[in-house]
Design a protein around this ligand. Sequence first.
Ligand code: ADP
Ligand code: MG
Length: 298
Amino acid sequence: MGENTVISVKGLRKIFGVMKHALDGVDLEVTRGSIVGLIGANGSGKSTLLRHIVGLYLPDSGTVTTLGRSAADLTPAELSRIGYVHQEGELLEWMTVEQLLRYVAAYYPTWNYELEKKYCTKFCIIPDVRVGTLSPGQRQMVAVLLAVAFEPELLILDEPAAAMDPLARREFLNLLLELIQSPNRTIVISSHILTDIEKVVDQVVILNYGRVLRNVSLDDLREEFTQVHLTSLSGPLPERLPFENVVESQRNGSSAVLTLRGQTPEKIVAMAEQIGAAAELQSLPLEELYRIVVEKAK
Ligand code: ADP
Ligand code: MG
């Protein structure tokens, strides 16, 4: 474990009930300054993994080390450096937003009042409203504010924006992009909204049935797959196309759309030339990359 390791998960297993392997041998290293997107189907273990990282759940086997200490034994010193937004968004219902902010701020000498003010204006958070009367999206905004305003080194966000409306989500993403500017900050965010994830993360961890299916930089994942649109320059395309590692294909007569794995653009263009076709290359959005990776794993 290097000195830049913020989270280190080794052989983590968590079993609920008799047979339910929520996490089935997870290994994961997160280094300082990275922004990790944790993605996977419902029930794949995202929340369970994040809860282990902040010490809410204890491993059945394996180890979880957060900020250099076993996550089960985090002391106030480490906890005050971790911001966590949990999926359920439970808050203290009877307080007003202002009371809740003052209550939580009191725990943190590092509370950034300027950030709080800016954020409240941006997200139209009204201070004298009771927390219990907020809509799910508004609650999430308050939960995010509580987790970021003390400027934690490590920010753990479990589907933080799922209930927000599109405009609020955009503001939230801008906020994340702003927070990322600080070089020592590490963010792990789970989300179903992959169009959001791909705007902010630099590393993608795909969980599938409690296992890490892929742990890859977003750039590498984008380079791994290429979609090519082929258009024959004269007549139909040949029956057999010479491309290797075709993941998906669709064709009709003189044109075809292929998704290829692990092929350089130069090679693709050269092969298209061989069969007398024009080639237009595209990288795929994370949603498509995710779908392909998960489908190939079946
Ligand atoms: P995700 O966040 O990826 O949707 P979870 O981590 O919440 O998935 O859940 C993974 C699996 O573990 C699910 O099958 C879920 O039902 C189960 N699980 C999670 N927490 C508990 C719990 N406290 N008690 C029993 N089963 C749980
Ligand atoms: Mg979850």
